[in-house]
Design a protein around this ligand. Sequence first.
Ligand SMILES: [Zn+2]
Length: 296
Amino acid sequence: MRFGIDLGGTKIEIVALDREGAVRLRKRVATPSGYAATVETIAALVRDAEHETGGRGTVGVGIPGSLSPATGLMRNANSQALNGKPLDRDLGAAIGRAVRITNDANCLAMSEAADGAGAGYRTVFAVIIGTGCGGGIVSSGRLLDGPNGTAGEWGHTPLPWMRAEEFPGPRCWCGRDGCLETFLSGPGLAADCDGPGARDAGSIPARAAAGEAKAAAALARHTDRLARALGQIANILDPDVVVLGGGLSNMQHLYVDVPPLMARHVLGDVARTPIVQARHGDSSGVFGAARLWDTP
Ligand SMILES: [Zn+2]
């Protein structure tokens, strides 16, 4: 059995995948407040899942943040209770086995590469464009990682080919200016359309379709920026497919409008990279977490 946990700010979800990848159990509970309660809740979910499925298994956890390879402590988690804590060690102690932890974009990449929209492609670049903006890379079934634990952290690279009016870009929570996240995330799109402080991008496509010029212009800028950002990825990694996940991945114009714009920024002026929507939707996090032990 392979257990995957998706640890979110408001809910914790567990899934049990059997050897064939079939879902044997799935359940979600509210995220408790406090670190110790979070660890205990996850441990209890695993114990209960083992009891219900009758099988012991590996445990992978997807989190909105990462473990620092230097300190072994959590960093950049939206949930402040987790930051600075050795979540993998504490969870491992609580459930009596090693636990693998990675960020939600890496889980998306694992899940979509295994049996989602990236299945059958060698190198999958998966991005989340939603509340934040992240990325993960799976090549030949293997999640890429490195000495800094930052592989795929696309959202905190600067918008490429910035125009004068875009420079230096909004200040990002990470301390830098002009990160892709500040342009491409839902709050980034909302602020670009409706001004500082606006956070809801969900209505912008409908407003554009209804003829609101401001909304249409903001969407066009967002599409062009995504195309530039993916053009840069093609020039570095040349993935066989790009999978879009997160709330903004539901905007269907991206799959039509981004590829031709992207071609302008790919060396050689061709962009044959398919850009596809994640198949597992919001479930990618928990499915990907369950697959974190699929490779040695
Ligand atoms: Zn940043």
